[in-house]
Design a protein around this ligand. Structure first.
Ligand SMILES: *Cc1c(COP(=O)(O)O)cnc(C)c1O
Length: 418
């Protein structure tokens, strides 16, 4: 690498021992252009953000135009069209009456806001004892303190930060009748201390692509209703078409009380996230009392550049056949997943929308795997023992096929190894 990264501290990275990262000099459609001139197909869309591919001309034009008019103003006491228009449009496409939208700058912060919103929802009703959350094994909700506290207690940074994190109620995401009984009993026992339940609908992506069924999600929603608990859906990963519908909760036909969105919200160009609440939640804040106001306010809240990008991204979901493209990718994934499932070492090969995950019976050494794919001009990174692909939603079928062929070759090469 020609770059000096002496002063660049990288994420989740042992700086002393990790091999140097790969230098990217440009992006184009679903491709990364590496500093050495190679063009690589991006199979993970930069942590599933680049839903329209990179540098989409409509997104670029919207950002360019906004940067010349007004790159940023504070949202305290001031307001502007990009934010007003975006929240109006989100209210129209979000499920049910999730129509009161609080903007912020990253997914983790959107989760923090959701947790504060749910807690204050109870405080505003005089309930100061409902401060805990039920979260699920394998959950990932972000890297800030509140968000970390609702991540998987064993398989995340929990153990690392023991003593620092809030205590929550981690639960198994129930599947069998026994597990449902346990879950229900748990809620019945503790509900007076619980503010709500937080879940990544249909797929827990960051923990290694753990899928559950729409009927499970629906039952979790029903059980929240029965016990009088708020349901927070973290759609930061699943929102904006990834699982085949605009939002994953649509497949369970539910409307959560609070929803977090982020990642692909601004088309993968700029950091933007939001926490949406239903009218019922909002009403507990909407009063004569200043104390009832939601106590949060990020400095770059509603950044006009980010809102302009998000408005342009929503245009593209209307003007280009994004969800049909997802359905076409899903077809390709279905055929490949069938084939992968028949190969040795494959425990499970699953897909939903534009997301494919192949779970192996052994941990993967990330470096050789990354090198294997890079040698085929493909960018993929495993999570533990899971190879996954979540391309931009408009990746062309030939590029999708190249990724699938390479995954097949990789799996076959492991057979030959043994
Ligand atoms: C990425 C992610 C987050 C955190 O978002 P950041 O923008 O990285 O803070 C939270 N929840 C889910 C489901 C995510 O995928």
């Amino acid at each position: 690498m020609s770059l000096s990264i002496e002063h660049l501290w990288l994420p989740y990275n042992q700086m002393k021992t990790s091999p140097p990262p790969i230098e990217v000099s440009a992006t184009e459609a679903s491709h990364l252009i590496l500093a050495d001139g190679r063009r690589v197909i991006d199979g993970i869309a930069s942590w599933w953000t680049a839903c329209h591919g990179y540098n989409h001309p409509h997104l670029v034009a919207a950002i360019m135009s906004q940067v010349q008019t007004m790159p940023h103003v504070m949202l305290g006491g001031l307001v502007h069209e990009p934010a007003a228009m975006l929240t109006q449009r989100l209210a129209e496409i979000l499920p049910g009456d999730l129509s009161k939208i609080f903007l912020c700058d990253s997914g983790s912060v959107a989760v923090e806001i959701a947790l504060k919103m749910a807690t204050q929802y109870w405080i505003n009703q005089g309930r100061r004892d409902r401060t805990r959350f039920v979260c699920f094994r394998y959950a990932y909700h972000g890297d800030t303190a509140g968000a970390m506290s609702v991540c998987d207690p064993d398989d995340s940074m929990h153990a690392h930060f023991k003593g620092f994190l809030l205590e929550q109620y981690p639960a198994l995401l129930p599947a069998t009748p026994d597990e449902w009984n346990q879950y229900e009993n748990f809620l019945a026992t503790h509900r007076e201390h619980i503010a709500g339940v937080i879940i990544e609908p249909l797929v827990q992506m960051a923990a290694g692509m753990k899928f559950h069924e729409p009927h499970q999600l629906k039952q979790i929603h029903e059980s929240c209703r029965r016990h009088g608990l708020l349901l927070i859906a973290d759609e930061i990963a699943t929102g904006f078409g990834r699982t085949g519908t605009m939002f994953a909760v649509e497949q369970a036909d539910i409307v959560p009380d609070i929803m977090c969105i982020g990642k692909a919200l601004a088309g993968g160009c700029v950091s933007l996230a939001a926490t949406a609440a239903t009218g019922q939640v909002y009403r507990q804040f909407h009063s004569e009392s200043a104390e009832h106001a939601l106590m949060h306010g990020p400095t770059f809240m509603g950044n006009p550049l980010a809102c302009a990008a998000a408005n342009a991204s929503l245009d593209l979901f209307r003007s280009e056949p994004r969800l049909q493209q997802v359905a076409a990718i899903e077809q390709q994934f279905a055929t490949a997943a069938d084939h992968f499932q028949s190969l040795p070492h494959v425990v499970r090969s699953q897909f939903r929308g534009a997301l494919l995950a192949v779970e192996l019976d052994q941990s993967l050494d990330p470096q050789p795997m990354q090198d294997f794919f890079l040698a085929r001009n493909i960018w993929l990174r495993p999570i533990h023992n899971v190879i996954y692909c979540c391309p931009s939603l408009n990746m062309c079928p030939a590029d999708v096929q190249s990724i699938l062929t390479a995954i097949g070759d990789f799996l076959e090469s492991r057979i030959a190894e043994r």
